[in-house]
Design a protein around this ligand. Structure first.
Ligand SMILES: [Zn+2]
Length: 174
């Protein structure tokens, strides 16, 4: 296997019946949406992909994608790089019934009008989902240390305040 560019799209049925395998990259520049969500461009995505048919006759595209993202730490507001890895196992489905019958181990994907799936887009989607919701350094790496993010003052007397809904309840019962 040689390092190649991962195809932008492919026919999963044909790829599976030929048992295609890829070790390659998706160039960073192809991940526009991902780059926009980050504080800087991600590195090239290293992808390994295996296409095949399982014992139940299900066509699958299974693999792994790894990239390094530049994110903005929400605690100290400086940039940092973090590696994100996603494992995926897609299976092309033609309709709702096929999606319903697909075992949980597989993620259904849709083929376009020429019977291909947009591989780069699928991998980018997976990476976006895997991004941390609140990007933050590890405690030991963060210049703000292990301080918690202050979301708002927590009033210790809060619990003792009368429930504002109690007033509504009173009104309702009148
Ligand atoms: Zn930080």
């Amino acid at each position: 296997m040689q390092t190649v560019k991962i195809p932008v799209s492919l026919d999963p049925f044909r790829a599976a019946s030929s048992g295609l395998r890829y070790e390659g990259i998706v160039p960073s520049g192809n991940n526009k949406r991902l780059n926009e969500l980050c504080a800087g461009d991600c590195s090239d995505v290293v992808v390994s992909l295996e296409c095949g048919v399982d014992l139940q006759g299900i066509v699958y595209l299974r693999g792994k994608a790894v990239t390094e993202l530049t994110l903005l730490c929400q605690r100290c507001m400086t940039q940092y790089a973090t590696e994100v890895t996603v494992d995926f196992c897609f299976s092309p489905c033609k309709n709702e019934t096929e999606i319903d019958e697909l075992p949980d181990a597989y993620d259904p994907i849709e083929c376009n009008e020429i019977g291909e799936v947009r591989l780069h887009q699928l991998i980018e989607d997976e990476l976006i989902v895997a991004m941390p919701i609140i990007p933050m350094h590890e405690d030991t790496d963060c210049s703000s240390g292990s301080k918690d993010i202050v979301v708002g003052e927590i009033d210790p007397a809060h619990e003792e305040r009368p429930n504002p809904f109690a007033v509504l309840e009173k009104l309702k019962s009148k």
